[in-house]
Design a protein around this ligand. Structure first.
Ligand SMILES: [Zn+2]
Ligand SMILES: [Zn+2]
Length: 137
């Protein structure tokens, strides 16, 4: 089941750290050839607290709710098709998620090809998404 999560106008995807539960954004997809050539990591480091987590562990609570709400009618529709039974969804389908163009773009000195966006009032230092190295801006 694939529920599209919107990006902001700069192509950034909102993320929530499973450890500190703060939100930031990472760039969705490679920004240049260097990024495209880099190995796909198995985990990313939280820019705000520096704790790593698997690459699929960063959905925000809103994205999880949205994905659940959107997926249920699709699953029921698929069931209806397969079984011939008419199954109506009882819950309301959530409205399309929107992604505001907030937060500041930051590049780590060590992995500048993986830019992030952090809240304007973030604490220093930040941590590189790729390797976790702390840096100040
Ligand atoms: Zn964190
Ligand atoms: Zn780095």
């Amino acid at each position: 089941m694939n529920v599209p999560i919107p990006l902001d106008d700069d192509g950034y995807l909102r993320r929530e750290c499973p450890t500190c539960e703060k939100q930031f954004k990472w760039h969705h997809g490679p920004i240049n050839d260097e990024a495209a050539a880099a190995l796909e990591p198995s985990e990313y480091f939280c820019p705000l607290c520096g704790v790593p987590a698997g690459t699929n562990d960063w959905l925000t609570k809103e994205q999880i709710e949205y994905a659940r709400g959107r997926a249920i009618p699709d699953i029921l529709a698929q069931l209806s098709n397969e079984t011939g039974l008419k199954i109506e969804a009882t819950s309301d389908v959530p409205a399309q998620l929107t992604e505001p163009n907030d937060m500041d773009i930051v590049q780590s000195p060590c992995h500048a090809y993986e830019p992030i966006k952090v809240p304007a009032d973030h604490d220093q230092p930040l941590h590189c998404l790729v390797c976790g190295t702390a840096f100040a801006i």
